[in-house]
Ligand binder design. Structure first.
Ligand SMILES: O=C(O)CCC(=O)C(=O)O
Ligand SMILES: [Fe+2]
Length: 363
């Protein structure tokens, strides 16, 4: 029997530093603190990556060039990827590489700046749901079974953009520009996804799937014992759609046909994935797929995840259910209707680590 261990005290101690995992690394930790230790079975995927047969090359997440002249071919590729993978990478998306690099550099700069008295990190450190701009180590630190080796700068950019003064100086310009660029790309993607469902291009934006925009700027410091830790626990995304930018380090994996498949960093590309709510309204035509980020010790990793979700519209009374145009006698509705905020509330009540939220809305 292990000696009594006060996990909550350790979590509180980490929280009180207001400088996250990066602060631990800066202070020179050489062993993984226990709160980050993945229990032996908790993160075993169907097969651990090291046990996967490698005899045939693993299939990889589709890469789609959105600038392709043959629109029908682009649509077919999007339809297929959204249905079979739930994930794809996009190139030819029109977002200037300079804006992508500026955002990544700004996020890295924020996370690598020292914390402590008077710092932006100390000023922004918060778990307050109402705050539009905040920084923290693990949004679910006190709920999750294992702390993730990751810190996050949270920016809620739409529908009500934050005051410019709330953003850290080092990020302000780059992140406002990035948010605008990704919002435009989101509109393009929602149009493609609408058409891929056989609907008019404006269908998904007409029902306001693109109205909310939360940008999570993640930083995964080098981990002293990566095999014992996890960067982000397995989960599916709750919103409609996610547009993700990752740097060259890698570590993101998606669960495809019962195997973890690496999402290989592709210079200049964005990763796009279907969220639970889009699976729900597409009546399972599109799939929201589980993913995770493995910890690494070589170098820090930066990723920027932009979620299109409207759950912070507390007044929104729009109900979302399977899109009527997609239903027929052969395709009856698979889900009940829900308010976005009720779906998200349920999702968070379960927490990362399991994909049962959407199944609880199945008819
Ligand atoms: O860091 C990543 O690549 C993925 C992060 C993620 O899955 C999320 O924020 O939902
Ligand atoms: Fe995610």
């Amino acid at each position: 029997m292990a000696a009594a261990y006060d996990r909550t005290a350790d979590l509180r101690a980490l929280d009180a530093t207001r400088s996250g995992v990066r602060g631990l690394v800066a202070s020179g930790v050489t062993h993984l603190p226990r709160i980050f230790r993945v229990s032996d079975d908790a993160h075993q995927p169907p097969q651990a990556p090291s046990q996967e047969p490698r005899s045939s090359p693993a299939a990889s997440v589709p890469v789609i060039d959105l600038s392709g002249a043959d629109r029908a071919a682009v649509l077919a590729a999007v339809r297929r990827a959204a249905a079979e993978w739930g994930f794809f990478q996009v190139t030819g998306h029109g977002v200037p590489e300079a804006a992508m690099a500026a955002a990544t550099d700004a996020v890295r700069g924020f996370h690598e700046a020292p914390g402590g008295e008077g710092s932006d990190k100390a000023r922004l450190y918060s778990r307050e749901p109402a705050r539009a701009v905040k920084y923290h180590c693990n949004f679910d630190l006190y709920q999750s079974p294992v702390a993730n080796w990751r810190d996050t700068l949270y920016l809620r950019m739409a529908p009500d953009p934050p005051d410019a003064g709330e953003l850290p100086d080092s990020c302000r310009e780059a992140m406002f520009e990035y948010a605008e660029q990704v919002k435009n790309l989101g509109k393009t993607l929602f149009e493609l996804l609408s058409e891929a469902l056989g609907l008019k291009p404006s269908y998904l934006t007409d029902i306001e799937c693109n109205q909310g925009q939360i940008i999570l700027c993640h930083y995964y410091p080098p981990c002293p014992q990566p095999e014992l830790a996890i960067g982000t626990s397995r989960h599916s995304d709750s919103g409609f759609l996610t547009i993700l930018l990752q740097d060259e380090i890698g570590g993101l994996q998606i669960l495809h046909e019962d195997r973890w498949v690496d999402v290989t960093p592709t210079p200049g590309a964005f990763i796009v994935n279907i969220g639970d709510l889009l699976q729900l309204i597409s009546n399972d035509r599109f799939r929201s797929v589980e993913h995770r980020v493995v910890a690494k010790n070589a170098a820090p990793r930066v990723s920027i995840a932009c979620f299109f979700s409207t759950h912070f519209h507390p007044a929104s009374t729009r109900m979302y259910g399977p899109i009527k145009e997609l239903l027929s006698d052969e395709n009856p509705p698979l889900y009940r209707e829900t308010l976005v905020r009720d779906y998200i509330k349920h999702y968070y009540s379960i927490g990362l680590d399991a994909k049962t939220a959407i199944s609880d809305f199945r008819l």
